[in-house]
Design a protein around this ligand. Structure first.
Ligand code: SAM
Length: 221
């Protein structure tokens, strides 16, 4: 098994089950033109996020890491008319591309895009009494995934989901000797998930167009 095979299967699944419409296509084209890194979720992963949000009837979503708004669009499309999504992005140039992509997708009224380092934005959201959230997607700077999880958990409703991306990191998650801060953070996140009585969680390894990685998924009980 190799990367070419994983990419081919992702394309097959995308073609049948997660096809792009004009707005999703345009979001990736605009992101590429603006020089954003192509580190968004894959189409099948975007569809997974969409299905998870729909399956719990999510009306309030929090996202860490907007990039060009690709996952934002998948998630926001799962919301009912009165739903809303707050997405946090540190890079103002990326956020400008995302804002245009989100607007083009007709989601400008649904999505609240906050520009700034998430750890600085979170106290503002707390002051505004933001939440409770039905679904949180953690996909920003991986060193802070545990802090984002802790913040989101305190503002999640029972029955809600917290999903963290890129937790497996080509298998390095299993390396207890790793000095890489991103790996150490994912291991700390897993220790939190194991010890936290308010969630039931698991991690699923994934392969696909984005290589070998995985999602942690926590159900707030
Ligand atoms: C993997 S990308 C997000 C991809 C996006 N969720 C998608 O799938 O379409 C990570 C994003 O997090 C942003 N980011 C990095 N550090 C951040 C921080 N401290 N606060 C908020 N956003 C941050 C990066 O600029 C980048 O756009």
């Amino acid at each position: 098994m190799d990367q070419d095979r994983w990419t081919a299967v992702d394309r097959y699944v995308e073609g049948l089950l997660a096809p792009h419409d004009a707005a999703l296509d345009a979001s990736l084209e605009a992101s590429e033109e603006a020089g954003l890194p192509a580190i968004q979720v894959s189409p099948p992963q975007g569809k997974l996020l969409h299905l998870l949000a729909k399956s719990i009837g999510a009306t309030a979503i929090l996202e860490f890491g907007t990039l060009g708004g690709y996952s934002t669009i998948w998630l926001a499309r799962a919301l009912p008319d009165d739903g809303h999504l707050i997405t946090l992005e540190a890079d103002s140039a990326y956020a400008a591309v995302a804002a245009a992509n989100i607007e083009r997708a007709g989601l400008g009224d649904v999505v609240d895009l906050r520009v700034g380092v998430a750890l600085d934005t979170l106290p503002e959201l707390a002051d505004e009494d933001a939440g409770p959230f039905d679904l949180t997607f953690i996909d920003a700077d991986k060193e802070h995934s545990p802090e984002y999880f802790a913040w989101a958990l305190d503002r999640s409703r029972p029955g809600g989901l917290i999903v963290a991306d890129n937790v497996v990191r080509a298998g390095e998650l299993a390396d207890e000797q790793s000095a890489d801060p991103k790996i150490r953070a994912q291991r700390r996140l897993h220790e939190m998930l194991a010890a936290e009585p308010r969630v039931e969680a698991t991690t699923i390894q994934t392969v696909g167009g984005k290589g070998y990685d995985g999602f942690a998924i926590a159900l707030v009980v």
